[in-house]
Ligand binder design. Structure first.
Ligand code: AMP
Ligand code: ZN
Ligand code: FE
Ligand code: FE
Length: 287
């Protein structure tokens, strides 16, 4: 049976495997295809698209956008959008600016708390796209201030902790609108992680196209709740491992996946807008 992992990260956000390594791993894990869903960036696709083609893997566009709803952090997956979409590219750019001011503010706060780290040390990690808290956590670990990344979040970087800086708000609606403008599908990521049921209820009323029901090591009973909700709404029911490489060692690539019929819906949409000659902008995309 063909399996497709629709949620994974590379070194273009906070994953530790390069796009090349992720694709190689996908091949070794006998996945038929995947979507790379880096946080707030699509920069991995430039190398990933031609490489996937060479490896005989089906790759569709993907991204995991950070958003805020009623003061709560929400992750939204976008799939099958046109990689050249202005709306998507503009939103990624907005996130890039937001992330830079945020990590600088957090470095300042960490330094004030007697655990000095510098921007140079963060950049020395060689981040390719989005810089986030896991990068700061890695530097804290390297300098011996914490034992591991999890401890860095528990002590300093997690929501409400001493060196946490809330993000500039980019709304859920703005995010859905950008994904739709790019002809993509907007999917609520890992809804089981949302603890506030009121927020969840409101979110489920919004114009999403899908819900991520299959996730990493989530039990069948938990998955079923989201499958039922997705079915009732006539939404896509998606899934993936949320692979991050060694920084989240329990999320193995291919540990969660969707079947051919779901992937085909996403793949057809991606091809409809990505293949061939576009009469509007006149470019020929390579798949
Ligand atoms: P950011 O995008 O900068 O807000 O960082 C959020 C990312 O940090 C999430 O997508 C996770 O990959 C990671 N993360 C969040 N909480 C933790 C935690 N408690 N331990 C380890 N990693 C975490
Ligand atoms: Zn992440
Ligand atoms: Fe997420
Ligand atoms: Fe993720």
């Amino acid at each position: 049976m063909n399996r497709y992992d629709l949620h994974c990260h590379t070194t273009h956000s906070d994953g530790t495997s390069s796009p090349e390594e992720v694709l190689q791993k996908a091949k070794e894990s006998e996945l038929a295809g995947l979507s790379i869903t880096d946080h707030d960036t699509i920069s991995a696709y430039e190398t990933a698209l031609p490489l996937a083609k060479n490896l005989g893997l089906k790759l569709i566009s993907g991204v995991e956008f950070s958003a805020v709803f009623a003061g709560t952090s929400v992750h939204i997956l976008g799939y099958s959008f046109d990689l050249k979409s202005e709306a998507i590219r503009n939103l990624c750019e907005k996130h890039k600016t937001r992330r830079i001011s945020r990590y600088r503010a957090m470095i300042e706060l960490l330094t004030k708390h007697g655990i000095p780290i510098t921007e140079e040390e963060v950049l020395a990690l060689g981040p390719k796209g989005s810089i986030g808290r896991p990068h700061l956590a890695t530097v804290l670990m390297q300098k011996g201030f914490v034992e591991d990344v999890t401890q860095a979040f528990h002590k300093y970087l997690g929501e409400g902790m001493s060196c946490y800086v809330p993000s500039e708000v980019i709304t859920v609606q703005e995010t859905i609108d950008a994904i739709h403008a790019g002809n993509g599908f907007a999917v609520i990521a890992h809804p089981h992680l949302m603890k506030n049921e009121n927020v969840l209820r409101e979110l489920l009323k919004m114009n999403f196209d899908g819900v991520e029901a299959y996730y990493a090591r989530l039990g069948t009973q938990q998955e079923q709740r989201w499958v039922n909700i997705g079915k009732k709404k006539g939404w896509l029911i998606t899934g993936g491992s949320d692979y991050h490489g060694s920084i989240k060692p329990n999320n193995n690539l291919g540990s969660s996946w969707v079947r051919e019929e779901t992937f085909q819906i996403l793949y057809s949409r991606f091809q409809a807008f990505a293949v061939g000659f576009c009469v509007l902008c006149g470019y020929i995309n390579r798949l």
